[in-house]
Design a protein around this ligand. Structure first.
Ligand code: GLU
Length: 334
């Protein structure tokens, strides 16, 4: 498809049309089921679907239910890791959590047998370890600090969904077990409860698909929010975070995601997916029905379509799409 060969339409309209086509292709997918481990997710309306793309020059194009809020869940893990890297440095962070894909489910109770550390920060064990590091660096201020950074990346104040948070606390026995094992192997410090609390709170932050696109665009723009130039994330921490998102961000579908879609991404069981095309785009999708691995069915499909239509794969051999984004969007007048 050659979107660039539609000279009659202004640049942004051509892009909006392409996004609408992707939305319409993916909307009929009604396979999968909403997460049901807490009432707030089990009761979620399965139907909403939104797709948003934000450029590293500050434009946003959206289609569908992009204002509908949902809990960020595991997408928080990517941003938390970025902040831990900034606060403590890669070497210190790596002494507590590795960067190897595990191939196991997100909530697996398994550590790297060589190091006795969680495999990576995108599985629960690694993410709880990262929350311990954030607590260690920031103490009681950790929640406010992290929420402020999320908000500055999204470009609006974000807040926690209290009922979801309370449910996470009430049902989080497996995460609590992981937390205690982390203390046992020395990957987390006592007391573990405030660390788990921070983990549950950050999973419960409310976002929408447009927020995810803007947060992704902030990563794509090497840590600076493209709207207004606020410096939100540290540049080398962004590089490391995107690397781990690329290899570990989509649960145990991460390897095939790298083949199919080929961009750093992170998904959460609330139905959101954030993807990053380095130096070009942040992409956010929302649709609550999940596949067996925990990824949003329509979200994965939308990313597959966007990647192939725009050639967003990191190793795309024609690089046509990236060129399209570059010519049509990044150079278009705002
Ligand atoms: N709150 C969820 C848990 O820790 C997050 C799961 C996810 O989004 O992967 O189990």
């Amino acid at each position: 498809m050659d979107r660039c060969a539609e000279p009659g339409l202004p640049a942004n309209d051509r892009f909006a049309r392409a996004l609408r086509d992707v939305y319409e292709q993916c909307l009929p997918s009604v396979e999968g089921a909403v997460a049901d481990y807490i009432p707030e997710l089990a009761a979620a309306d399965p139907e909403p679907f939104g797709v948003a793309m934000a450029t590293s020059t500050g434009q946003i194009t959206t289609y569908g239910d992009v204002d509908r809020e949902f809990t960020i869940q595991s997408i928080s893990k990517a941003f938390n890791y970025c902040l831990a890297l900034e606060l403590l440095g890669r070497e210190e962070v790596q002494s507590f959590v590795g960067a190897e894909p595990s191939g196991d489910a997100f909530n697996a109770i398994v550590f790297d047998p060589q190091t006795e550390r969680p495999f990576n920060p995108m599985v629960n064990a690694g993410a709880i370890t990262v929350c311990g590091l954030l607590r260690r660096a920031l103490g009681e201020q950790a929640l406010d600090f992290v929420l402020d950074r999320y908000s500055r990346a999204a470009g609006r104040p974000l807040r926690i969904c209290e009922p979801a948070y309370r449910s996470e606390v009430a049902t989080g026995h497996r995460n609590r077990a992981i937390g205690h094992l982390l203390v046992n192997v020395g990957a987390a410090l006592e007391p573990i409860d405030p660390t788990l609390d921070l983990y549950f709170q950050l999973c419960s932050v409310l976002v929408n698909a447009a927020d995810l696109a803007r947060m992704g665009a902030t990563l794509a723009n090497i840590g600076e929010n493209p709207c207004g130039g606020d410096s939100v994330f540290e540049i080398t921490a962004v590089r490391d975070t995107l690397s781990v998102m690329f290899t570990c961000g989509m649960y145990d579908y991460s390897g095939n995601w790298a083949l199919d879609v080929g961009i750093p991404a992170k998904s959460g069981v609330g139905g959101g997916v954030v993807g990053v095309v380095n130096r070009q785009l942040g992409i956010g999708t929302f649709s609550p029905r999940l596949d067996a691995k925990g990824n949003s069915v329509r979200g994965v499909r939308a990313f597959q379509c966007l990647s192939s239509e725009f050639g967003l794969h990191a190793f795309d051999f024609t690089n046509y799409g990236s060129q399209f984004v570059n010519d049509v969007l990044l150079k278009a007048p705002r």
